[in-house]
Design a protein around this ligand. Structure first.
Ligand code: IMP
Ligand code: MG
Length: 184
């Protein structure tokens, strides 16, 4: 494990650290500064995709020096546990009206990009002024179409990852870093 990694709890299925707590903090601070500059004079609406993005969104928002507003949506994608089908069901919809708003969609990880493609189309249909995407992680080389991400935290190799919001069967979301997962 990296120097300074908070071990949190013992579990043999927690693999190597992919992105340490310190690197997360530093990159999120950069993203926040960039978003602050890009949206100067505006009050963006951060839309978090539950549950994976909750921790990233909380930390990112504290690095944006603008009067941001928050909303959340929860989606579940049809398909197997590890493969997205692109058919998405909205489990919890937004509370706020998007018309005329500058929407910044906050996602945990872009894998196939199918979930994002659905969400973008869905949000654009609500007549916002703009829709941009901020993804903490981008899995390299797996997207069939350009996912068109305005902000990306880290590009990562194909291994399945856990921690910092990302789960396996609801576990590991509280790890303060991103790790590989040693289970199947
Ligand atoms: P996509 O539609 O294939 O892009 O799937 C994206 C969603 O799958 C993410 O929002 C995550 O919820 C989930 N996901 C994809 N890869 C991982 C991973 O490595 N760990 C945990 N969840 C993942
Ligand atoms: Mg998710």
């Amino acid at each position: 494990m990296d120097e300074g990694t908070r071990h949190l709890f013992d579990d043999p299925l927690i693999g190597d650290v992919i992105v340490s707590e310190a690197r997360l903090k530093a990159r999120i601070s950069e993203l926040g500064a960039q978003i602050t500059a890009d949206y100067a004079g505006r009050a963006p609406l951060l839309v978090g995709v539950l549950k994976g993005a909750f921790m990233f969104m909380a930390d990112l928002a504290r690095e944006i020096a603008l009067p941001v507003e928050f909303d959340f949506m929860a989606v579940s994608s049809y398909g197997s546990a590890t493969k997205s089908s692109g058919v998405v069901r909205i489990v919890k919809d937004l509370d706020l009206d998007l018309s005329g708003r500058d929407v910044l969609l906050v996602e945990d990880i872009i894998d196939s990009g199918l979930t994002l493609a659905y969400l973008r189309k869905n949000l654009l249909a609500r007549h916002p002024a703009s829709v941009e995407v901020c993804a903490l992680l981008l899995r390299e080389g797996l997207q069939k179409h350009d996912p068109d991400l305005r902000y990306v935290g880290f590009s990562i190799p194909p291994d399945f990852v856990i921690g910092y919001g990302l789960d396996v069967a609801e576990r590991y979301r509280n790890l303060p870093y991103i790790a590989s997962y040693k289970g199947t």
